[in-house]
Design a binder for this molecule. Structure first.
Ligand code: UDP
Length: 339
């Protein structure tokens, strides 16, 4: 007789969010298997879990049908996080983004349907596109740019994932829950695919300047990954969540300019050995078409309405931004010390 709480399969489990989810599920007594092709995930993210008796890592792609079929058969619930993400990656390699997101999710849902396993499907606030509504509610309209702008392919690829997940639920009764992640940050996130917080922290730790795109007046709400993961743990245990879509994010909003200033404040207090540059050397402004591609369209604001998940599960984020920034700074310092 096994005493585990449940058996979770996490696709993309060696990624930033997947690795934190693995830890949290293990701590709650789950058995965890991850599958990751290490395309954007990193083995270092999960190495510390490899000796856990209830943890198993499979390094393979989710479109490898034989492998996925076996793993789907052996679990109780699938957290489908494997996806190509990051605005920079989308602009640089749209073929990979579209194929990974659409074909990967198709493969996961097919395998889940074969064994009738619950799926928690990760989506993104990018699905709202450039709508300027504040805040975004789950049933709001999507406003997108033309197909000639690569950025929108990410939004559409994840929207197809949502459509497919919800269609499986409606047509076959497969238990599917969709969660839309807003900007999520924390230790282990890499700036390699454009994410602003790890980029700013790395830039500040190496003495600056921080690269602010546009005029920095655009704003975002950055949720600590530990809060995000707690939301997923609550959604998976809530039967009424099935067949529905949930925003997961914080409502603490900052402009990118203010974020840059807060990163410097965090570095000043957490990394006193870093020599602070003169104020003029702390930031540099880079036009969008240089940072991404000509004609690049950014979202000015992106704030989630989190009343749906709060009403259903009681979840709300707890960790303030400055505390998260300090965690990220300390994590990056400890990595560079061991590198
Ligand atoms: N950004 C920036 N400098 C960077 C990277 C990103 O000013 O070096 C900006 C980016 O243009 C956007 C915000 O930070 O307005 C958040 O970017 P990220 O790629 O992290 O997330 P998303 O655009 O998906 O919200």
């Amino acid at each position: 007789m096994s005493s585990v709480r449940g058996r979770a399969l996490i696709t993309g489990g060696a990624g930033f969010i997947g690795s934190h989810l693995s830890e949290a599920l293990l701590a709650q007594g789950w058995q965890v298997t991850i599958i990751d092709n290490l395309s954007t995930g990193r083995y270092e993210n999960i190495q510390h879990l490899s000796s856990e008796p209830h943890f198993k890592a499979v390094i393979d792609t989710i479109t490898h049908e034989v492998v996925l079929d076996r793993l789907a058969g052996e679990c109780d619930v699938i957290f489908h996080l494997a996806a190509a993400v990051g605005v920079e990656l989308i602009v640089r390699d749209p073929v990979r983004v579209i194929e990974t997101n659409v074909l990967g999710t198709h493969a996961v849902l097919q395998a889940a349907a074969r064994y009738r396993k619950k799926v928690l499907l990760a989506s993104t606030s990018e699905v709202y596109g450039k709508s300027n509504k504040v805040p975004f509610g789950e049933d709001d309209d999507r406003v997108l740019g033309p197909t000639t702008k690569a950025r929108w392919s990410y939004s559409d690829s994840k929207a197809v994932d949502e459509f497919l997940g919800l269609a499986y639920h409606r047509q076959t009764g497969l238990p599917v829950v969709v969660f839309r992640l807003f900007n999520t940050i924390g230790p282990r996130q890499t700036g390699q695919y454009g994410m602003v917080v790890p980029r700013f922290v790395r830039q500040a730790l190496s003495g600056g300047p921080i690269t602010v795109y546009g005029d920095g007046s655009q704003s975002r709400c950055f949720c600590n990954v530990q809060d995000t993961v707690r939301a997923l743990l609550q959604l998976v245990e809530t039967p009424e969540a099935v067949g529905r879509v949930f925003n997961v994010g914080t409502v603490e909003e900052v402009t990118v300019l203010e974020l840059a200033q807060r990163v410097w404040t965090g570095v000043e207090s957490c990394a006193p050995t870093v020599k602070m540059p003169e104020p003029a050397g702390r930031m540099v402004f880079i036009p969008y078409d240089q940072a991404y591609e000509p004609g690049f369209e950014d979202m000015q604001r992106r704030v989630p309405d989190i009343s749906r998940i709060k009403r259903l599960t009681g979840w709300e984020p707890r960790i303030p931004l400055q505390q998260t920034l300090e965690q990220v700074i300390l994590d990056m310092l400890s990595r560079s010390a061991t590198a």
